[in-house]
Write a protein that binds this ligand. Structure first.
Ligand code: SF4
Length: 257
């Protein structure tokens, strides 16, 4: 059992420890999860096949965002973040760059001072046009749950053959290495798939050290997952992982549970 999809292009505000109060922007279909991964822990269930959906027009997303931002301005509703996230992987939208430009302009007009960010699985950030669009955001929160590709395949289940998955893996590491203002988000789980084994953590530390992000956010599952038997990791273990990363690399790491 997973949670329902977002039914609009704008949702929230949502309050969380990681982001305070954030307004979500879903630039993907409202009736399907669209992602090139199928993470075992995904709260939205299985990804739809490419031929079974179409992306919403950028103009519709812009109109919906403008209506909400204007309303928020009028009501003096304040949020810490406008977060591009929603029903899957936002960078897959073919008009992603244009949508970022639109949202940035609308933010500057109606909600100046509110930070604009994204939650992404990092699979497209090696592409120059996506990297360019991401660099216009205040922060990019990018997924990296594993330090080597076979664990990445088990945990994040990228679409395509294992050769394609290996390619995606090296593109992700390369893209994250070159991404400005990147924050790594790493989710640890145990049970049917486990990425907390000391040797797995060691490889993850090595990968994060290479990428050298500004910060790492560490968390675990707290919602229903796509695959049964995927379990949360206790806070003490997450704290140990964070400590190990910071003591080895000097990169700040924060645990959110
Ligand atoms: S990357 Fe995000 S949306 Fe895609 S399958 Fe994983 S958790 Fe779900």
């Amino acid at each position: 059992m997973t949670i329902p999809l977002q039914t609009g292009y704008v949702y929230g505000p949502v309050v969380s420890r990681r982001f305070g109060s954030s307004l979500g922007i879903n630039i993907l279909p409202t009736d399907e999860k669209v992602c090139n991964f199928d993470c075992v822990y995904c709260q939205y269930g299985a990804s739809v096949k490419e031929e079974d959906f179409s992306f919403p027009p950028a103009e519709e997303i812009k109109e919906s965002a403008e209506k909400h931002f204007l309303w928020m301005q009028g009501q003096s509703v304040s949020v810490d973040w406008i977060m591009i996230a929603g029903n899957g992987e936002p960078t897959l939208h073919p008009k992603f760059s244009r949508i970022v430009d639109d949202l940035k302009r609308l933010r500057d007009t109606y909600l100046p001072g509110v930070k604009l960010g994204i939650l992404s699985n990092a699979s497209s950030c090696f592409k120059p046009e996506i990297q360019n669009a991401l660099s216009k955001l205040d922060r990019c929160f990018m997924k990296l749950d594993a330090g080597y590709h076979s664990l990445f395949r088990r945990l994040n289940a990228p679409q395509g053959s294992s050769d394609q998955a290996n390619l995606i893996w090296s593109d992700i590491i390369d893209g994250l290495y070159h991404l400005p203002k990147g924050v790594i988000q790493s989710l640890f789980v145990t049970g049917k798939v486990d990425n907390t084994d000391p040797k797995d953590v060691q490889e993850w530390v090595r990968a994060v050290d290479y990428i050298h992000p500004e910060e790492v956010q560490i968390y675990t599952v707290d919602r229903p997952t796509r695959v049964e038997g995927i379990l949360p990791v206790e806070k003490q273990k997450l704290d140990e992982i964070a400590k190990r990363l910071t003591s080895t690399t000097g990169i700040p790491a924060h645990v959110f549970v």
